[in-house]
Design a protein around this ligand. Structure first.
Ligand code: URA
Length: 422
């Protein structure tokens, strides 16, 4: 077999055979298929798609490119959540300890942010001492002692996806449902979780801009998980406005701790509780109330154990940016729009995100929201606080926010927080 034959087949909108898919993924992982050939194939897939059988084969081939973790020897069910990424999406931070407090083990391999969306590992790394890289043995130890572990995927897990995702990132081939679904699900299936809840974001701040495309992605991923023996469900949730009232690494950790202390913004609490219920149900655990675990201190205890087990100090002061700038409400009325993408881009330009994966992030940088769409606001009151290490960053952040918010006389329709369940 050779790469040109496989590329031509997909270029001409043909169906790839199982043999072709197995060969191309294996040869690419071993360096026998060159990056430029895989780029051409990824573009052909983006343009011509893959059917369910091809996507399943592609996913299985990526899983087989590396190790598959196995938690079946543990004394409790395992459950995990994956979000397709959004602005202010800190849900993993309160969710993992809440689900652990309700009796499941949560083994979560997470990623770093790229572009305008934040990454869970960047947020947790703002806690002094906290370590994202764990060996498989350490991961098991944290899981047993704290009930939940959130860490970076090791190099042995789906290495084909690691190479391919980096290539897609620089060749304009990220936005393909077959490639996104197989990329996410190969890692989650290889991670070995027994149950999986997918949070598929919809709106300007998400990959999927409409409920229709989000539903197609969700259905594809649910089918892949179910066929692989993982009890999988998906929620479609709103990402037309940021989640919660903070966007940025340490700022989001602070907000998550408020949620774990029984407070925090309504939307973050609602989504945390709903995802926790779905995870517990998929894991076969009944009779536990995640909302109660947030107020009775048991989720906070699990959080503190989880942070400490990975070297972090749960009582340490979090980094703060040196400079702040307040953006005021321009006129009195109803805040009709506060666009997730605009706020995410502003936070990124303030230093909260990275342009290339090797760049550092500023832990203190980001945006605090003083109002959310639908709120009554008065001219001159603070709308946003921008946080950055250097004042020079404010100008570009303000440019990102131009047209990103609006005040009107009547509230406009916005997406419900939880749009659908697949
Ligand atoms: N996240 C992933 O892990 N893969 C994708 O392709 C897109 C988002």
């Amino acid at each position: 077999m050779d790469a040109i034959e496989v590329i031509r087949a997909k270029r001409d909108a043909g169906e790839l055979t199982t043999g072709q898919i197995d060969w191309v993924i294996d040869a690419y992982t071993r360096g026998e298929v060159a990056d430029e050939q895989m780029s051409a194939l990824a573009m052909a897939i983006l343009l011509n798609g893959m059917n369910r059988r091809e996507i399943a084969d592609w996913t299985q081939a990526m899983i087989r490119s590396g190790e598959r973790m196995d938690w079946s020897g543990l004394d409790r069910a395992t459950a995990d959540k994956h979000s397709t990424g959004g602005v202010g999406d800190k849900i993993t931070l309160p969710l993992a300890p809440v689900v652990a407090a309700c009796g499941a083990y949560v083994p979560q391999l997470s990623g770093r942010g790229l572009g305008h969306t934040g990454g869970t590992l960047d947020k947790l790394e703002s806690i002094p001492g906290w370590r994202a890289s764990l060996s498989n043995g350490e991961m098991l130890g944290v899981l047993r002692s704290a009930g939940a572990v959130v860490c970076a995927a090791g190099s042995g897990l789906a290495p084909a996806d690691k190479k391919l995702y980096a290539l897609r990132d620089v060749t304009g081939t990220v936005e393909s449902i077959p490639l996104i679904a197989s990329s996410i699900m190969s890692k989650k299936i290889a991670e070995g979780t027994g149950a999986l809840v997918l949070d598929v974001k919809v709106g300007s701040g998400a990959f999927m801009k409409t409920p229709e495309t989000a539903r197609e992605l969700a259905e594809t991923m649910v089918a892949l998980g179910t066929d692989a023996g993982v009890r999988t469900v998906a929620l479609l949730t709103a990402m037309d406005r940021p989640l919660g009232r903070t966007v940025g690494n340490a700022l989001e950790v602070e907000e998550s701790v408020e949620v774990l202390a029984g407070g925090g913004p309504e939307d973050v609490v609602e989504l945390t509780v709903r995802l926790a219920q779905e995870m517990l149900e998929a894991a076969g655990i009944s009779g536990k109330d995640p909302a109660k675990a947030l107020v009775d201190g048991s989720a906070m205890d699990a959080w503190r154990r989880m942070v400490a087990a990975q070297g972090g100090d749960p009582d340490a002061l979090l980094p703060r940016a040196a400079e702040t700038l307040t953006v005021e409400v321009p006129e009195s009325g109803v805040l009709t729009r506060l666009d997730a993408y605009a706020v995410g881009l502003a936070a990124w330009r303030l230093g909260a995100g990275r342009a290339r994966k090797e760049d550092p992030v500023s832990f203190g940088a980001g945006v605090t929201l003083h109002a959310k769409p639908g709120d009554l606001v008065r001219a001159g009151q603070p709308l946003l606080t921008l946080h950055a290490d250097e004042t020079a960053r404010f100008e570009r952040a303000l440019a990102a926010l131009e047209g990103g918010y609006a005040v009107g006389t009547v509230s406009e329709d916005q997406l419900p927080l939880i749009i659908d369940r697949v």
